[in-house]
Design a protein around this ligand. Structure first.
Ligand code: ATP
Ligand code: MG
Length: 190
């Protein structure tokens, strides 16, 4: 299964995607993690991405699409994968569709994780990563609403959306996600 995690910053995508990947035995691609590694290694991509990330903006689509299509070309996702943090814009989703089509694959399920705004702010401030300062957090929430939220309709229209309540303990949320995946699997092979 190729599964996309969608949701605002702080929704818990990273935590849950990692757990689900281990459970299903498929790789987990976090574009945020990958970018942070590039920044640490001071690669050209890392240097180009840093200013966007620290101010709460999105890294330009062409850079992200290159990064993810290269990862897909490595063959890691042959038997499924979890994409966490990508796509984040409609053009990214369209490019992903195209790249997967070329490989005879498609997105099978989109897990939309929700949480209320106060809880998102609380979690991000508590985490305290470099891009988790108050100003960048507000920017990221705003950027999510403007650029990423349209993906909810995009995937809803394709019949791929599973909505999961991201409030509660990580264990509670994970159980909801597993139930959503089971629903999908039952739909795929009736
Ligand atoms: P969560 O807390 O739910 O895991 P997050 O807010 O930590 O989400 P990351 O996915 O770790 O977000 O991404 C951190 C930053 O990396 C983003 O704010 C953005 O600048 C950049 N980034 C990551 N993925 C993308 C993408 N697909 N397109 C553009 N920029 C991206
Ligand atoms: Mg993350």
């Amino acid at each position: 299964m190729l599964i996309v995690f969608l949701g605002p910053p702080g929704a818990g995508k990273g935590t849950q995607a990692e757990r689900l990947a281990a459970e299903l035995g498929i790789p987990h691609l976090s574009t945020g993690e990958m970018l942070r590694q590039e920044m640490q290694r001071k690669t050209e991509l890392g240097e180009r991405a840093a200013a966007y990330i620290h101010s709460g903006h999105l890294v330009p689509d062409d850079l992200m699409v290159d990064m993810v299509t290269q990862w897909l070309a490595g063959g890691m996702a042959r038997n499924g994968a979890i994409l966490d943090g990508f796509p984040r814009t409609v053009p990214q989703a369209e490019s992903l569709e195209e790249a997967l089509r070329e490989r005879g694959q498609q997105v099978d399920c989109v897990i939309r994780l929700t949480a209320d705004r106060d809880e998102l702010r609380r979690r991000l401030l508590q985490r305290g990563r470099l891009d988790d300062n108050r100003e960048a957090i507000e920017k990221r929430l705003e950027v999510y609403a403007r650029q990423t939220r349209p993906l909810i309709d995009f995937y809803h229209d394709r019949g791929l959306l599973e909505q999961v309540d991201g409030m509660g303990t990580p264990e509670e949320v994970f159980e909801r996600i597993q139930a959503a995946i089971r629903r999908r699997q039952a739909m795929q092979r009736p």
